[in-house]
Write a protein that binds this ligand. Structure first.
Ligand code: PLP
Length: 505
């Protein structure tokens, strides 16, 4: 160890932080400007990045600012080649994960302020800004009054992810059902086969499901031809369980399933549940709108929110398609007491006068961890920077691009749509050739996708959709438009590439 460092902690000075901070922001801005020069999907082999990183931690710290040159070199040589470029305009995989200037600056401010907003008293501004910004979002999405903080019984909170949101909803639901029934029970939760796997994970973590194969306590129900949960199937399942002495307590409906963007018919599901006494026994309906929820900002998509006034919780991810970088899930409930019943614990070291007064919200009681970052800042900056008009223009642009792509798929006889377009998600595939076995069609589609992704020109992912009316399941390609920089030319280019690859065989 060098003599000069012994005993002294080599903090970065304010001036160094200022200069290096500029360099880092410059580097990110340059990265965004260079996005089109990278292959979209990472081209490295397993272990390649690991091998470029020293096996042992440095004994001596960096030599001042000059030492940071090595960091910038490593960003270029080690990190960038090992990335899949989610911000690339030709990234059409999974669902988008938006990173924008205002959001990233909000993240920087949050990190720099470094506060913990676990209790109101640990940073009142973190809590109160979160309350305000979530009310703004509720207004922008035209969510029912019961989800606003002013309702007195409900409100919104930022969770890290939609997975945490559904876990919180599930444990709150069980706490409420226990209170209503006045006893424990053999609890059963319902989803569709198309629901995101986070619901199964929530059932495992909460102990509702014994293991991943427990289809008794977490029932994934069959869907209709459009991959939406069927009210008649749900009603029958609930009645069957009641007849067997089990207790239905939780339904997760999806607005925008991950595979095909299917929308479960919330009003009809509520009606079906109403006929079974589900609600009277404390039953809870959660709506997972992780990706599609953002579209409610546009009045022309508001019909998707029909029935939300009858559900107990709703969650969507601004970190997917609302210009806010990961992580940021907006979770709303109209029964915040149920969250407290399930999640509130008060050790002596957290006791404080404000919490005891009952006049403040302590968001730690609405989530799994204790600590919480000041995530409201980035959402606040995104909403202020873009305004409602900017958000709508952003979403509408992507829906228009998806419509155009859908038109190209339907006009080319070699391809077919595999599901109705949902907002900015198009599921499609190479159509079966006359007499072709389903496995052979799947194989041609897999081959097409692999060649496209290997080219680095664009990145799409696949899913398998169940067969309808006895037909076999199908391997399909998903084009999810949602990256901040995607323009018509990028969508045209990916279509031209797909068409060319289809011609090659
Ligand atoms: N629900 C749906 C419908 C999703 O599409 C996803 C992710 O794509 C999730 C939940 C999980 O999201 P998160 O990563 O926020 O947990």
């Amino acid at each position: 160890m060098s003599e000069k460092r012994e005993g002294a902690v080599p903090h970065m000075s304010a001036e160094q932080f200022r200069r290096l901070g500029h360099r880092v922001v410059d580097w990110v801005a340059d990265y965004w400007a260079r996005l089109e020069s990278f292959p979209v999907r990472a081209q490295v082999a397993p272990g390649e990045v690991l091998a470029k990183l020293p096996a042992h931690p440095p004994e001596e710290g960096l030599e001042g600012e000059a030492g940071w040159e090595a960091v910038f070199r490593d960003l270029e040589d080690v990190v960038l080649p090992g990335l899949t470029h989610w911000q690339s305009p030709s990234f059409f995989a999974y669902f988008p994960s938006n990173a924008t200037g205002p959001a990233v600056l909000g993240e920087l401010l949050s990190a720099g302020l470094g506060v913990q907003g676990m209790l109101w008293s640990t940073s009142p501004a973190a809590t109160e800004m979160e309350t305000r910004v979530l009310d703004w979002l509720a207004e922008l999405l035209a969510l029912p009054a019961g989800f606003h903080s002013g309702s007195g019984t409900g409100g919104g909170v930022i969770q890290g992810t939609a997975s945490e949101a559904v876990l919180v909803a599930m444990v709150a639901a069980r706490a409420r059902a226990r209170r209503v029934l006045g006893r424990d029970a053999e609890w059963v939760a319902y989803t569709s086969t198309q629901t995101h796997s986070s619901v199964l994970k929530a059932a495992l973590i909460s102990g509702v499901a014994r293991d991943v194969a427990d289809t008794v306590h977490l029932r994934a129900l069959d869907t209709d031809a459009g991959y939406a949960l069927r009210p008649d199937v749900l009603e029958r399942a609930v009645r069957e369980d009641l007849a067997q002495g089990r207790q239905p307590f939780f339904v997760c409906a999806s607005l925008g399933t991950t595979s095909s963007g299917a929308m479960d018919p919330v009003p009809a599901l509520l009606e079906a549940l109403g006929r079974t006494g589900f609600g009277a026994a404390g039953g809870w309906v959660h709506v997972d709108a992780a990706w599609a929820g953002a579209a409610l900002v546009c009045p022309e998509h508001r019909a998707l929110g029909a029935g939300l006034e009858g559900v107990d919780s709703f969650a969507f991810n601004p970190h997917k398609w609302l210009l806010t970088n990961f992580d940021c899930d907006a979770f709303y409930t109209r029964d915040r007491q149920a969250l407290l019943d399930a999640l509130s614990v008060m050790p002596e070291y957290l006791r404080n006068a404000a919490s005891a007064s009952g006049q403040v919200v302590d968001y730690r009681d609405w989530q799994v961890p204790l600590g919480r970052r000041f995530r409201a800042l980035k959402l606040w900056l995104v909403l202020r920077h873009y305004g409602a008009q900017g958000l709508r223009a952003f979403l509408r642009g992507h829906v228009r691009l998806a419509e155009a792509f859908e038109g190209q798929v339907t006009a080319d006889a070699r391809f077919e749509l595999a599901a109705p377009r949902s907002l900015a998600l198009v599921c499609f595939r190479l159509a079966p050739r006359p007499g072709e076995a389903p496995e052979a069609t799947d194989a041609r589609n897999r081959h097409l996708l692999e060649r496209l992704n290997a080219s680095g020109e664009a990145f799409l992912t696949h899913t398998v959709l169940p067969g309808v009316d006895g037909a076999p399941a199908r391997y399909v390609l998903r084009l999810a438009i949602g990256a901040v920089r995607t323009e018509a030319r990028h969508v045209r280019a990916v279509w031209e590439r797909l068409a060319a690859l289809a011609s090659e065989g």
